[in-house]
Design a protein around this ligand. Structure first.
Ligand code: CAA
Length: 292
């Protein structure tokens, strides 16, 4: 069976990006959110991103209209019944994900593929709560989804080869480059990225250099598009804190332990770009490093 109808659950930063890319790639997309208010916010995010693509002449007006027509928004799980694949991109909370997949398992036909965009939980923990372990994969996208080319396709010990093949094919149809990863917490990218970001915070705690100088060093010394603190604010301080806790819980390895400074900044509600403050103040034209 070909994948034609895609559902995306969660229309935050990642879900809206996945829905946008899928609609632009010609898929019929249904977006599910908890209520109409959250849906409206998600719709606005997709619309702004598409408008930006039109302004930058990456998308024609006609293609934007066609993509918009392929997008449907709902707050009812039962509207996802005819999906060929459901991609979950809700908050990084295992209980919430398990509850959602249990509900989806009851309402979707047996051949619908379930995919989670989790970044640090294990896919197995969600797949085990459903009756379709063989049709359950991880599809891990990167932020900003319309720009970043990678998708990590994650197989558990129960995922069938056919499901992996179809997930790879689907990722390519979205214009992405899939890589295959085993279901270990953090897959490939976060297994390397998270200790790097946490080490940068530890450097700061030890007074090795300032926020700006560490960022300049990594951007100019290694050609990274963003230094580690800009990247922390971009990923979200709350998200990074949650991911590091999950990975530390999984591996009990000090490399993944959230440094106290990360916890303090998260506790203060400085979640990064999305709240206007993290390691930097984002309210002006240029980010300004905040005292820590
Ligand atoms: N949507 C669509 N297009 C976007 C965009 C968005 N949200 N943000 C940027 N772009 C496009 C711009 O239109 C621009 O396109 P052109 O070059 O064709 O004009 C291009 O991307 C570059 O953007 P800008 O010139 O505005 O800014 P930039 O050169 O600083 O690039 C960036 C922005 C692409 C985000 C770049 O800084 C970058 O690659 N940063 C690293 C991002 C990264 O590491 N992401 C992974 C985070 S980890 C993660 O997601 C996984 C996890 O589990 C934590």
């Amino acid at each position: 069976m070909d994948i034609r109808r895609v559902s995306v659950v969660g229309c935050g930063l990642m879900g809206s990006g996945i829905a946008e890319v899928a609609a632009k790639s010609g898929f019929d997309v249904t977006v599910l959110e908890v209520d109409d208010e959250v849906l409206e916010r998600g719709k606005g995010r997709i619309k702004r991103s598409m408008d930006r693509a039109v302004e930058k002449e990456k998308l024609t007006l006609a293609d934007r209209e066609a993509a918009w027509d392929r997008l449907h928004f709902t707050a009812k799980v039962s509207d996802l019944e005819s999906s060929n694949i459901v991609v979950e991109a809700i908050t990084e909370n295992l209980d919430a994900k398990v509850e959602l997949f249990r509900e989806l398992d009851k309402s979707c036909p047996g051949d619908t593929i379930f995919a989670s965009n989790t970044s640090s939980l294990t896919v197995t923990d969600m797949a085990a709560a459903t009756s379709r372990g063989d049709r359950f994969v991880g599809l891990h996208f990167f932020n900003p989804v319309p720009v970043m080319k990678l998708v990590e396709v994650v197989r558990t010990i129960a995922t069938s080869q056919e499901t992996v093949d179809r997930a790879m094919q689907f990722s390519r149809a979205l214009g992405k480059v899939p890589i295959a990863a085993k279901d270990n917490s953090g897959f490939v990218v976060n297994l390397l990225l998270v200790p790097y970001l946490l080490d940068a915070i530890r450097q700061l705690e030890h007074g090795v250099a300032t926020i700006e100088d560490i960022d300049t060093a990594m951007a100019l010394g290694l050609g990274y598009p963003m230094g580690p603190f800009i990247l922390c604010d971009f990923v979200g301080i709350d998200t990074l804190y949650k991911i590091s806790e999950i990975m530390f819980e999984e591996y009990r390895d000090a490399r993944y332990a959230p440094p106290p400074l990360l916890k303090r900044i998260a506790t203060m509600g400085r979640f990064g770009q999305k709240t206007g403050k993290g390691f930097y103040d984002w309210s002006g034209e240029k980010p300004v490093a905040l005292p820590v």
